[in-house]
Design a protein around this ligand. Sequence first.
Ligand SMILES: NC(=O)c1ccc[n+]([C@@H]2O[C@H](COP(=O)([O-])OP(=O)(O)OC[C@H]3O[C@@H](n4cnc5c(N)ncnc54)[C@H](OP(=O)(O)O)[C@@H]3O)[C@@H](O)[C@H]2O)c1
Length: 354
Amino acid sequence: MTWDAAMRTAIELAHNGPATGVNPRVGCVIVDADGATISEGWHRGVGTAHAEVDALSKLGEGAARGATAVVTLEPCNHWGHTGPCSEALIEAGVSRVVYAVSDPGHSSGGGAERLREAGVEVIGGVLADEVESFLDDWLTAARLGRPHITLKWASSLDGRAAADDGTSTWITGAAARQRVHEQREASDAIVVGTGTVLADDPSLTARGDAGELMRTQPTPVVVGMRGVPKDAAIFRHPNPVIFEGTHDVHEVVADLHQRGFRRVYVEGGPTLASAFVEAGLVDEFAIYLAPTLLGGGRLALGDIGVGTIAEQRLLRIQSVEQLGADLLIRAVPEPSRESSQPSQNTEQSQREGN
Ligand SMILES: NC(=O)c1ccc[n+]([C@@H]2O[C@H](COP(=O)([O-])OP(=O)(O)OC[C@H]3O[C@@H](n4cnc5c(N)ncnc54)[C@H](OP(=O)(O)O)[C@@H]3O)[C@@H](O)[C@H]2O)c1
């Protein structure tokens, strides 16, 4: 029997979970010995039942005996807010567990081994690529022990992020700006430098077409030593602003991870963006290119530590999309050029909020 169809359903179920926060989105389908689906479940966020337990809870006593649990992420093996899913599956009497991607967490991983020890057949890697791509941000955070970081900027075709007088609203058109709001909504935090707050007075909210606030709002984060005017628009953000009074981006990232942020969207400006690039702390670039020329010296990036061509930061383009008159280029660092070493935080539980 192939488990692809059940895994596809599990992936669809996983989409019901919250896109932000500490925990991954996970879906689970329970299939009986004849291949019929008898229950479905998904994880609704920190402190709530995991997908496997959610699916099991909808079944009567003994109904899962001999069944197969198809789940997008390896069942966890630790006590968080809830008990280990591996134990719940063993107790329910399932005879087989099929999963897509291994749990990279040091304390939450190991569920597959525990299940095998208890005599449950375990099959891993089913539709792994699809789930890897769906959980990309969360997996990066879990593997590296820091948030997944997207760096966004908007520039003219000649690579300028602002006109000579510092004005930059707006370089891109409405469709591109709307996409930025969607990307903000899918992030836990938006990070800017003090220079951007002082120049642009951004509100850093995620807004819809008509300017209305979207359901999920990222937390605004301002990096730098200077103060911000009391009447700055960020103070009207629904979430309290976090001020990081440092120029050390590693420190900023460690603090954001500590606060439970797993998806961070860095919106510049050029000074802060350059510091993130130089530190090798960018997992994805979202570059909005507008068909306009600005000239002058306000480049999208400044010094990123490239003194000679051999030190260039190579990227791999993942997609190019036209949004109105603008282009959105999504790119990732070529792995050989960026440090992908886990930080010391990797030892921590990666699903600590369970
Ligand atoms: N096109 C775009 O996508 C875009 C996006 C944002 C901004 N902008 C434009 O960019 C311009 C502002 O540029 P900017 O470079 O001044 O903005 P910025 O990067 O937001 O702010 C720079 C300031 O942040 C602080 N800072 C934080 N981390 C730092 C680090 N690692 N190294 C050095 N300084 C650090 C410093 O201020 P302290 O002295 O306070 O420490 C520094 O002066 C404006 O014209 C704005 O319109 C364009």
